[in-house]
Write a protein that binds this ligand. Structure first.
Ligand code: ATR
Length: 282
């Protein structure tokens, strides 16, 4: 029997996830269906319950429901499996697994970003100076996996200092990250520092807004990574013009986070390279 999965969000019409999971299923010979479901802003929990009752095996969760998904999973499940990142650190989850009468929650965004950078772009994060731009849900979801991969100090750079400081404090509550210093800096507050990896986790690209960055911010052979995809953002343009040696959008991350979700649900990891290539060619 075909196992059913879905992605829940609002808006959801332009999601590439159904297409990605269809390609994964074909490639691995798994008998699954995967659809995009629009939930009303106040209807996330009801939608999840409807899917569970209808026998769905799991779902992905996207904007604006990632925080609500974390709460829901923890209310329903006494035990949350911690295979990737159960969301207890990020407080936002993008993957739910409905097996065994509970809701297990995961956040695969961070591992998706790290895999795209290290495996696809072949840039090691170990000991790199990282600048993470943004302090919203997207930044929070990738911060821990980035620190685990880099094992080095990191700067959070955000338009609103308070949000950067609060994200820094949340991270510092977890012992193992106390080893690495995390600095919160407000837009305009960077001076002569240089970074090896600069990641834009803000939604500034949606409105074509510029991120104020010093012209000398990119270290030699720096990577500039925008978690948005679909078109060149002002941040990517700035990076190209100011010495970043690799400039990447977030399409690879999108496919990599999907692959980790697929692995959680199906126990098999699809090959991401042909799927990224197919999406790039569209
Ligand atoms: P998401 O879940 O996509 O991260 P969010 O939680 O609303 O969404 O966070 C949006 C992030 O993008 C924040 O870091 C926000 O900065 P503020 O904390 O100052 O609001 C940032 N952001 C959004 N629009 C921006 C813009 N035009 N310029 C700079 N930063 C912007």
């Amino acid at each position: 029997m075909t196992d059913k999965y879905a992605v829940i969000g609002n808006p959801i019409a332009h999601s590439k996830s159904p297409q990605i999971h269809k390609m994964f299923a074909e490639q691995t010979g798994q008998d699954i269906s995967y659809e995009a479901i629009l939930a009303p802003p106040d209807g996330f929990a009801a939608t999840v319950e409807r899917l569970r009752k209808a026998g769905y095996k799991g779902c992905n969760v996207t904007v604006p429901f990632k925080f609500e998904a974390f709460k829901l999973a923890n209310d329903v499940s006494n035990e949350v499996i911690d295979a990737i990142d159960s969301g207890d650190k990020a407080d936002a989850v993008n993957t739910l697994d409905f097996r065994n009468y509970k809701i297990a929650s995961y956040n695969t965004d961070g591992i998706g970003l790290v895999n795209d950078i290290e495996q696809n772009l072949k840039v090691s994060l170990k000991n790199k100076r990282i600048l993470l731009i943004g302090a919203g849900g997207a930044a929070a979801g990738v911060l821990h996996p980035l620190l685990e991969a880099s094992q080095s100090p990191l700067v959070i750079y955000n338009r609103t200092l308070k949000k950067a400081t609060s994200l820094k404090k949340t991270v510092e509550q977890h012992d193992k990250f106390r080893l690495f210093s995390i600095k919160a800096v407000e837009f305009g507050g960077l001076r002569d520092e240089q970074f090896d990896v600069i990641i834009n986790a803000t939604s500034a690209g949606l409105t074509d807004s510029e991120i104020p960055l010093p012209a000398t911010i990119f270290a030699p052979s720096a990577l500039a990574y925008d978690m948005m995809y679909g078109r060149e953002t002002p941040f990517m343009k700035f990076a190209r013009e100011h010495g970043a040696s690799v400039v990447a959008d977030g399409l690879g991350m999108l496919v990599e986070q999907a692959a980790e979700s697929f692995r959680i649900w199906r126990g098999i990891r699809p090959d991401t390279a042909p799927v990224i290539a197919a999406l790039r060619n569209q």
